[in-house]
Design a protein around this ligand. Structure first.
Ligand SMILES: Cc1cc2nc3c(=O)[nH]c(=O)nc-3n(C[C@H](O)[C@H](O)[C@H](O)COP(=O)(O)OP(=O)(O)OC[C@H]3O[C@@H](n4cnc5c(N)ncnc54)[C@H](O)[C@@H]3O)c2cc1C
Length: 518
């Protein structure tokens, strides 16, 4: 076959999402995986509304809604399972138009992603092939693969290779990256149970803050439940291989349910680690997902980080492949994503430590302090808020000051005609403005959408909350720049356009687009 511009190594959630996004931007992709089918074991169970938007952008909003259930919030319990704080979500739909916390079963979501990939004419999937080596030197990148059944080797060439091949990444070796250890390592037991019995529990995440046995419980679907428990040094998963052996741990949630009604789907031991690759790119090779970062799952963000990587890189790569963006934009992938992923991992470590550290003193302090935290203004909202940090400053993120909109995600706000922001501008450049923009017309900014906000509507309120009157939003929804003066953003457009001749962002002229629009 002819060489595809992009080869994706690994058809896990990161690789398939990257492929679907690239294909949606018009890029041909070859996806390779050593297995033909989805990895069947449950792992991720939570995604936030920012990542839901990424799934929506590849057409999977309804499919994800059908396989997920919103979570009601977070409950903190002590060792005796007394609730000492509860943070409940009143509103189910957040600023992005979707529930802020969503529970699901990873293999089911991966099945949905694989189906989407199979439907896409620009994606070719080859399962049953092991990638043995990747090389980037001078010309196109070369991927050496072997048929898992016959061992027959072949080499595929590509303009770019995305290493979405998980924690033991082969592409990471080729990139020459090593994992930096953020110094967290704990052994946990992960338990998935199916039951047709109604457990009648509060439908949020239950966090048991007990230094002797920290634990988490959550409902995943109509009949699937997940528990995670910290293991003590002498224990292994084999000690909990039956419902009877598990009962002492799960008893508070399954009282009165006979063993026969609890079907053990999986009892597995995981060592949760926190690591980030020290480089995410070498030439034509990129690292995404678990190949680039590993996090303990305490805030349910590992897979989400992989999907954010895919979202950040796909539009830039598509622009470079089609020639509308200079290769230099690819440098911003690691510049933007590494600090963001690292920040989220540090937050997960903080939560993990808050749950598990401090011994008896820590337990007592938590019992004393946390119930009073409700009284701190704004804290409840902070605990439940799914917003992740803004991207750091760089060529495609202009942040003038704290609290500004640069680097934040534009909300998927409801528009006056009943559509949402992403229905109109998802996957495209957009100028959101409270003021008229006729002055921008001479720049003829290519695929730029213009959305005219009004003072009282959600987009208008968002702009004013960031003390701005206009924002220039990238295809992945992040704000490149915001200003009180739309003319200043027009100047940014101008700068970008001027520097386009000296290899910065170039704006494509649209085939059909009225300017200015409302
Ligand atoms: C217990 C647990 C709970 C978790 N909970 C959450 C959660 O609630 N929320 C969340 O967001 N994340 C969670 N995670 C993390 C999440 O499961 C991972 O981050 C996610 O699976 C990473 O996806 P990926 O596509 O990057 O890598 P993977 O899922 O590892 O996929 C890599 C793919 O590459 C293929 N591959 C690897 N090497 C090769 C090769 N040489 N040749 C060909 N193919 C290859 C593999 O077969 C696989 O299909 C959890 C993880 C665990 C273990």
């Amino acid at each position: 076959m002819a060489s595809p511009p992009v080869v994706v190594v690994g058809a896990g959630p990161t690789g398939v999402t990257a492929a679907c996004l690239l294909a949606s931007y018009g890029v041909e992709v070859l996806v390779l995986d050593r297995w033909t089918e989805v990895y069947p074991q449950p792992r991720a169970v939570h995604l936030d509304d920012e990542v839901y938007r990424v799934l929506a952008r590849i057409g999977l909003a309804d499919a994800f809604a059908a396989i997920s259930r919103p979570s009601e919030g977070l409950r903190l319990q002590d060792a005796q399972h007394r609730v000492f704080a509860q943070f409940s979500r009143g509103e189910r739909t957040g600023r992005h138009g979707y529930p802020q916390a969503n529970m699901f079963d990873q293999p089911v979501l991966e099945g949905v992603l694989r189906d989407a990939m199979a439907r896409h004419p620009r994606i070719t999937f080859r399962g049953g092939v092991e990638v043995r080596e990747v090389r980037d030197g001078g010309g196109p990148a070369r991927v050496l693969l072997a048929d898992s059944a016959t061992g027959r080797e072949e080499t595929v060439e590509a303009s770019f290779v995305l290493g979405c091949d998980g924690a033991n990444s082969v592409v990471r070796r080729a990139v020459g990256a090593t994992m930096e250890d953020l110094r967290f390592e704990q052994r946990w037991l992960v338990v998935d149970v199916n039951t047709d019995r109604e457990l009648d529990q509060w439908e949020g995440v239950h966090q048991v803050c007990d230094t002797r046995r920290a634990g988490t419980y959550m409902r995943i679907s109509d009949r699937r439940y997940r528990w995670e428990f910290q293991l003590v040094d002498t224990e292994t998963s084999e000690d909990f291989a039956s419902v009877a052996a598990l009962r002492p741990l799960i008893a508070p949630w399954v009282a009165g349910v006979p063993d026969d009604d609890l079907e053990l789907v999986r009892v597995a031991e995981y060592t949760f680690r926190a690591q980030v690759a020290d480089r995410w790119r070498r030439g034509r090779l990129f690292l995404l997902g678990d190949a680039a970062h590993l996090t303990p799952p305490f805030i349910g963000q590992g897979m989400g980080a992989g999907l954010r990587d895919a979202d950040n890189l796909a539009w830039k790569l598509a622009g470079v492949v089609e020639g509308s963006l200079p290769a230099s934009v690819l440098d911003t992938y690691e510049q933007e994503r590494r600090p963001h992923a690292t920040g989220i991992i540090r937050m997960a470590i903080l939560v993990g430590n808050a749950m598990t550290r401090g011994g008896r003193v820590g337990d007592a302090l938590r019992r004393l302090v946390v119930p009073r935290m409700h009284r701190l203004p704004g804290l409840r909202a902070r605990v439940l808020d799914s917003a992740t940090p803004a991207l750091t400053r760089g060529p495609l993120v202009r942040r003038q000051r704290r609290g500004g909109l640069g680097g934040t995600l534009c909300p998927n706000a409801l528009l006056p005609d009943g559509r949402r922001y992403d229905d109109v501008a998802g996957g495209r450049w957009c100028l959101v403005t409270l003021d008229p923009v006729e002055a921008a017309a001479p720049f003829g900014a290519g695929s730029l959408e213009v959305l005219r906000a009004r003072a009282g509507d959600p987009l208008g309120r968002w702009l004013t909350s960031g003390r701005s009157r206009a924002a220039l939003v990238r295809p992945d929804g992040s704000v490149l720049a915001a200003s009180r003066d739309v003319a200043a953003l027009v100047a940014v457009l101008g700068e970008v356009r001027v520097s386009d001749r000296s290899t910065a962002v170039r704006w494509r002229r649209p085939a059909q687009h009225a300017w200015p629009c409302t």
